[in-house]
Design a binder for this molecule. Sequence first.
Ligand code: NCD
Length: 310
Amino acid sequence: MFKDLISTRELKPSDVTYAIKVAEKMEAIRDSGKQHDLLKDAIMASLFFEPSTRTRLSFESAMNRLGGRIVTSTGKGASSFSKGETVYDAIKVIENYCDIIVIRDSGEDTPLAALHATEKPVINAGNGPDEHPTQALLDFFTIYKEFGRLENLNFVYAGDLKYSRVIHSNLYLASLFPNNHISFVSPKGLELPHKFYEELDHRGANYSITDSWDSVLPNADVVMIARVQQERFKSEEEYLKYKGSYVMNKKLLESKCKPEVRIMAPLPRVDEISTDIDDLPNAVYFKQVNNGVAMRMALLAIMLGKDEDV
Ligand code: NCD
């Protein structure tokens, strides 16, 4: 089983299905309303140097549900990175305070640098625009719960494919399972970076690229929409050029999509999903949030070597 989680690129199908199996067991603990003692002797360092609501609170909630404790450092100015300390030095210090490190930073190399500085498990909670592996695992947990399978599915990944770390981590998982097809839909200028296509080609993955999503929606089982990642743009003007490129609403869903389509998003939502679909069974983004706590409980247990005690 994996000891660290930096990218979904290295994961095997059995890693994903095992994490899902453990997450399924964690659901009962999450819903029991009682604190479990599985991780009572463990401390998680929660290091978030970029904004976060869901990921940080979800990890901290997961740790609390399992009886663990948390030390935390958040906000850009909060760490000594802002004083010029290297990631290596910072982690060499922080490892003394904890048993597992969860880290989000704008630096794409930060999680790997952290990994090299410590023997303690490191979880990448978002490294700039590159990857967000725990979000992808909770997304695949959601897909498994919705469809009962991870293969034979048509994925549509739409929106800001250039900067969406969530889509980047998801596409590696989608390409792990047989007979999946991915349609990438993005406005010109926000295409998926080349390195991801290279890896998909290397895997022999089945995918196509288009800027017209009307043509790919009718076959979709899973539609995942990435908001335009405003914080990655140099100017407001540039952002406004792309804002609202793809919007899912009730009319489009009912006229173009299969009845069983699932609309997914990591949230936050800006304008890419209309609230008029929130109450439809197709909209699963709030379920993703709940599944995320169970998946993060599973990942913490696995990486702290306690998964067999659940
Ligand atoms: C995502 C992120 O931070 O990358 N949010 C999350 O973790 N749920 C997606 C986003 O910000 O668009």
